[in-house]
Unconditional design. Structure first.
Lengths: 115, 115
């Protein structure tokens, strides 16, 4: 079975400081991994995806994530937080379900950015 | 030029009623999904259709019935609504059924409140 664990339900940082949102996954197959962001009362937007190419993946808005197979991790980072980064972040693994794959979501990390 | 659009955005209804949520995608994708996001923001797949064929049907009460008249539309009909059905329902689509090397595109969500 595939699963995703987001290690922190809430992360609070000051504007201009680095962001680290942690994610560990479990998968029987070579996984596809994603980070989605959900701003308040908004839909889900893709930040970045890992699809077995480069292990360091760059996404939108200055975010990046590194796939580490030995640690089964896919942590999301950003060098300098912006007020507009405050949102809910979901780590997601693409997992097989019968003849198809489906997305399995982590429980989410609420990022707060303090002025 | 919205990619995945859901209607309505908000739905407030009484227990016991029957309601439908509509979803349309103009991306030319073959696969569409319904996800449910509970009050703790946890997202779980409900259904997936590929070219109008049901391919994923998670453990969902049979009061929930998806209908796909064509591959660009996936509607969700809910009979005899219960308080526990209150949630945000997200429609999504993806090219193909594999979700390998590709992500899902999400609609803005429908916030259903059952009173």
């Amino acid at each position: 079975a595939q699963s995703v664990t987001q290690l922190d339900s809430h992360v609070s940082v000051s504007e201009g400081t680095p962001v680290l949102l942690r994610c560990n996954y479990s998968s029987s197959y070579s996984p596809s991994l994603f980070w989605y962001v959900q701003h308040p009362n908004k839909g889900l937007q893709l930040l970045l995806k890992y699809t077995s190419a480069a292990t360091l993946v760059k996404g939108i808005n200055g975010f990046e994530a590194e796939f580490k197979k030995s640690e089964t991790s896919f942590h999301l980072t950003k060098p300098s937080a912006h007020m507009s980064d405050a949102a809910e972040y979901f780590c997601v693994v693409s997992a097989r379900s019968g003849s198809a794959r489906q997305l399995t979501f982590g429980s989410g990390t609420q990022l707060t950015v303090l002025p | 030029d919205t990619a995945v659009s859901q209607t309505p955005k908000y739905l407030v209804t009484q227990m016991g009623n029957d309601k439908s949520i509509k979803c349309e995608q103009n991306l030319g994708h073959d696969t569409m999904y319904w996800y449910k996001q509970d009050s703790k923001k946890f997202l779980k797949i409900m259904f997936s259709y590929n070219n109008k064929e049901l391919i994923i049907n998670e453990t969902v009460p049979n009061r929930f019935s998806p209908k796909s008249p064509d591959k660009a539309h996936l509607n969700l009909h809910i009979n005899s609504l219960e308080l526990g059905d209150s949630a945000v329902y997200f429609c999504a689509s993806s090219p193909g059924r594999s979700l390998v090397n590709t992500e899902a595109f999400f609609g803005q969500g429908t916030r259903l409140t059952v009173v």
